[in-house]
Design a protein around this ligand. Structure first.
Ligand SMILES: *Cc1c(COP(=O)(O)O)cnc(C)c1O
Length: 409
């Protein structure tokens, strides 16, 4: 993405040899060739309702090696209740918490696992705030690969539980995600493990882009005006942009939605770089309860900033309280339970709406990136306490009396 040099699949494994770890690659396709195999008509007939329906634009040579778990084609809900309250009748929620390990990261791990198997790797490693790790561990388990996973000590318990139950070798780092990431790159070099590290392995965005392709297809190829998504390292938003570029190049869509990147106030390196107007980022220690986007040194900055600039979108930031509010709103008004980072995109939409910057005529999609059960502690912070009764009829009646008079129900 820096110098524009092109390499064949067997010429480099991860990054541009000229630019080292900063030289993020972008997979290039021959769209003229692919158009004959991937078009509106072929997709309308395709009964594979998973991310593999977009196989012609995925970097996979041996489809029989894809993991067996069901990944992608997650539901896109027309958010009637929330949309009505907000005065946004064309609001949609895509729930990517509905993937096998409960986050969008499964889309990326699916490609990494398949690439690893194609190349004959037995051991895969990744550093992660939690979801990339649990996703890699789960998908690796489904095909019998060994994983070494680096997570910060602060990773939510449910995500660590996923790692352990899937049989990963879990290395918990007394430090930040950024430090875990550096250790993992070192280990991958030293021990010869295949690396599924964000913005290092170029195939991850190729998996993540399928969420954008699905959104366009689920909206009958009428893309939304705006697409809101949480941003940490920037790989998801860069991937969505790639999916949209693919769809455009293949003639599946006729215009590009604006990508709106939403960061937590305490982890807003990309939002700041965007305001400053450049492509250089200033690392800054991250503090937010939304652990999946707590990133002090965004690894996919170039793609993430270009995604927003070239689609005419923007970056906005939201506070942790606004994220907790979005968790409540999404759960109570749409029945979708997202983890804090999972709903940060919605928090951004709520904020923009409040600022009067969204037009009721606009068609808007919010991508929910992870399920709320991954971080129950934050959910408990977002909500009220349960009512407690003695196991007696009198006590129950006393409570219900109080509740029904309080709500006037
Ligand atoms: C990883 C993740 C993000 C952020 O994705 P980036 O590619 O790091 O920007 C957002 N939400 C959830 C739930 C995630 O797991």
């Amino acid at each position: 993405m820096i110098c524009g040099a092109e390499y064949g699949l067997d010429e480099t494994m991860y990054v541009c040899p000229r630019h080292g770890a900063a030289g993020i690659l972008d997979v290039v396709y021959d769209y003229d060739l692919i158009r004959a195999r991937l078009n509106r008509a072929s997709l309308a007939k395709n009964r594979d309702y998973s991310l593999w329906r977009y196989l012609p634009v995925l970097p996979i040579a041996e489809p029989h090696l894809v993991p067996p778990l069901h990944i992608g084609w997650t539901p896109l809900y027309h958010a009637h209740r929330l949309g009505a309250r907000l005065g946004l009748p064309h609001l949609y929620i895509k729930d990517d918490g509905r993937n096998p390990t409960a986050s969008l990261k499964d889309r990326a791990s699916a490609i990494a696992i398949t690439r690893a198997r194609e190349m004959g790797w037995q051991v895969i490693t990744a550093a992660s705030t939690g979801n990339a790790a649990s996703s890699l561990a789960g998908l690796a388990a489904s095909v019998g690969l060994t994983t070494y996973i680096f997570v910060p000590e602060t990773a939510p318990q449910a995500k660590v539980a996923q790692l352990l139950i899937f049989g990963a070798n879990v290395i918990m780092v007394r430090g930040t995600y950024d430090q875990a990431y550096d250790l993992c790159l070192l280990a991958s070099d030293e021990y010869g493990w295949y690396s599924r590290n964000t913005a290092y392995n170029p195939y991850l965005s190729e998996g993540k882009k399928t969420a954008a392709l699905e959104i366009c297809e689920q909206l009958q190829w009428q893309p939304p005006d705006k697409l809101f998504v949480a941003v940490g390292d920037g790989c998801i938003i860069g991937g969505l942009w790639k999916g949209l570029r693919d769809a455009y190049a293949l003639g599946l869509i006729e215009r590009m939605p604006q990508l709106i990147g939403v960061q937590a106030e305490g982890s807003s390196v990309l939002a700041r770089a965007w305001v400053a107007g450049g492509e250089t980022v200033e690392p800054h220690p991250a503090t937010t309860l939304a652990d999946s986007i707590a990133v002090g040194m965004p690894r996919d900055a170039i793609k993430a900033l270009r995604a927003v600039r070239q689609t005419g979108g923007e970056y906005i930031t939201v506070s942790d309280d606004e994220i907790l509010e979005a968790m409540r709103v999404l759960a109570r008004e749409e029945g979708v339970f997202g983890e804090p980072a999972g709903v940060a995109g919605l928090a951004g939409l709520l904020k923009m709406r409040q600022q009067g910057r969204l037009d009721p005529a606009e068609r808007v999609v919010v991508l929910v990136t992870g399920n709320g059960l991954k971080d129950v502690q934050s959910a408990m912070r977002a909500t009220r306490k349960p009512h407690i009764v003695e196991p007696t009829a009198e006590d129950l009646r006393r409570l219900l009396q109080k509740l029904t008079t309080a709500t006037g129900a």
